[in-house]
Design a protein around this ligand. Structure first.
Ligand SMILES: O=C(O)CCC(=O)C(=O)O
Ligand SMILES: [Fe+2]
Length: 211
């Protein structure tokens, strides 16, 4: 264990980005395709939506969720909701996604929340901290599928100085340990840099213990 994150030593080619552990190519092409199929089923049950921030801005990323709780935002604020926008429970977290959490999270409890982000051409995600969860000790596991994305990680106290790295399809990141509250975001994607999604774009999955 490296005292920073714990999981890094289990994966020999892990890369450290300001305390966030990245496992390049964790999922091979077949695993990526299988997970994407599972996520399309999630999106069929709970369609992607463009959420509004509490400040009234439309996010460029489209989102949906799976699990007992889904992260949502609107004028009322950022929060976890136990039902989707039509009032029904969110779909279950696909087994393919849970498998990755069990492999890399370093904890022995399954997550209760899976946020699914879709980045179309021009979509980005500003620097933020993941801090809407009830207990901030659990790690966040993030899986990248599709187009390359420039991932930026700053400090825990301040967004700068930051380091960045292009995340590729199949890469997995663990935001945990001392970096659990690190500022992070996606500067931009390279639209159509991957052929995993025939329509282009990037799907990112983040797993969390929210409740
Ligand atoms: O798309 C990504 O890689 C990051 C997503 C993220 O930070 C989030 O959903 O909180
Ligand atoms: Fe985040």
């Amino acid at each position: 264990m490296d005292g920073r994150n714990g999981v890094a030593d289990l994966f020999s080619d892990a890369v450290d980005l300001n305390g966030v552990t990245i496992m390049p190519g964790h999922l091979d092409r077949r695993a990526q395709e299988a997970m994407l199929d599972d996520l399309r089923a999630v999106a069929k049950a709970a369609p992607f939506r463009q959420y509004e921030t509490p400040g009234g801005r439309q996010m460029s990323v489209r989102m949906t969720a799976a699990g007992a709780r889904g992260w949502v935002t609107d004028r009322k604020g950022y929060r976890y909701a136990e039902t989707s926008f039509d009032g029904s429970p969110w779909p279950d977290i696909p087994a393919s996604v849970l498998t990755v959490w069990r492999q890399v999270s370093g904890v022995d409890r399954d997550p209760d929340s899976c946020l699914v982000n879709f980045y179309g051409e021009g979509a980005r995600m500003g620097l933020h901290q993941d801090k809407d969860e009830a207990d901030l000790h659990w790690p966040v596991v993030s899986i990248s599928l599709g187009d390359d994305a420039l991932f930026r990680v700053g400090g825990v106290e301040t967004p700068t100085p930051s380091k960045s790295r292009w995340l590729k399809s199949g890469d997995v990141a663990v935001i945990g340990g001392a970096a659990r509250l690190a500022w992070h975001g996606i500067d931009r994607i390279k639209f159509r840099s991957s052929d995993l999604l025939p329509e282009g774009g990037r799907v990112n999955v983040t797993l969390r213990m929210a409740g």
